[in-house]
Write a new protein. Structure first.
Length: 203
C-alpha cells in the first residue's frame, strides 16, 4: 500500500477493525461517487484515519523498526492490526479452498524442509532412468513421485524434528549437525546402552 490514495497500488479486499467491542467492516477502495478518487485504493493514511490511528508525524515506514515498537510508522501500525495479521497469502487460500493443508516451512533452511529430501530422491530416480528426451521425462515423473518410500519420508521428517529440537536448544548450525549425526549413528552394542558420542552431546 502507498501512503496516499490512488496511484499504482493493489485493490485490496475489505478489512475490519474493532471499535467499542463491535466489529466494523472497512472498505479499502473509495466508492464510485468519490469526488477525487472514484474506485481508487484509499492508501495507508486514509485507512488509519478511519480507524482512529493516524498521527500527522507518521512516516510510511522505518528503515529498521525499533524492537517491540507498535506505532513507529504507518506500515508497522497496519501490520499489527488483527485483520492484517490474520490475512493468509493467496497461495495458502487457493490450496485450502481445494481442501488441502498448506504448511509454510522456514526459508533458507533445507535441513528444516524435509520435502527437499523428497525432491532430491525424485530427481535421482529421473537421472537414473533418463534418455535425455522430454517425453521420457514426462512419462517417468509420476513414476518417480510414487517411487519414494513412505517409511523413508517419515525418517526424513524425524530427522527434521531433531534439527528443530537442536535449534530450539540454542545450538548453532555446526553443533546442531553434530547432535543430528549422533542420533543417526548406529554404534550401539546393547539396547540398554547409550554410546559415548551421544552422551557427550548432552554433557
Amino acid at each position: 500500500m502507498n501512503l496516499r490514495p490512488g496511484g499504482k497500488q493493489a485493490h485490496m479486499r475489505n478489512g475490519w477493525y474493532i471499535r467499542d467491542n463491535t466489529k466494523v467492516v472497512q472498505t479499502m477502495i473509495f466508492p464510485s461517487n468519490h469526488p477525487d478518487f472514484p474506485n481508487q485504493p484509499k492508501g495507508m493514511r486514509q485507512v488509519l484515519i478511519e480507524r482512529g490511528l493516524w498521527n500527522t508525524k507518521l512516516r510510511i515506514e522505518c528503515k529498521t523498526c525499533p524492537e517491540n515498537a507498535t506505532a513507529c510508522c504507518a506500515k508497522r501500525i497496519l501490520e499489527l492490526q488483527p485483520d492484517f495479521m490474520s490475512q493468509r497469502s493467496l497461495v495458502q487460500e487457493v490450496i485450502e479452498e481445494l481442501g488441502h493443508l498448506c504448511i509454510i516451512l522456514p526459508k533458507f533452511h533445507c535441513e528444516l524442509n524435509f520435502i527437499e529430501y523428497f525432491w532430491g530422491a525424485v530427481k535421482r530416480y529421473l537421472r537414473d532412468h533418463c534418455d535425455y528426451t522430454f517425453p521420457t521425462l514426462q512419462a517417468n515423473m509420476p513414476i518417480a513421485l510414487e517411487a519414494v518410500n513412505k517409511l523413508l519420508i517419515r525418517k526424513w521428517h524425524n530427522r527434521m524434528m531433531r534439527w528443530m529440537d537442536a535449534y530450539r536448544d540454542g545450538l548453532n548450525a555446526k553443533d546442531a549437525q553434530l547432535r543430528v549425526q549422533a542420533f543417526s549413528s548406529k554404534k550401539y552394542t546393547s539396547h540398554r546402552r547409550v554410546s559415548e558420542r551421544v552422551a557427550a552431546v548432552f554433557d
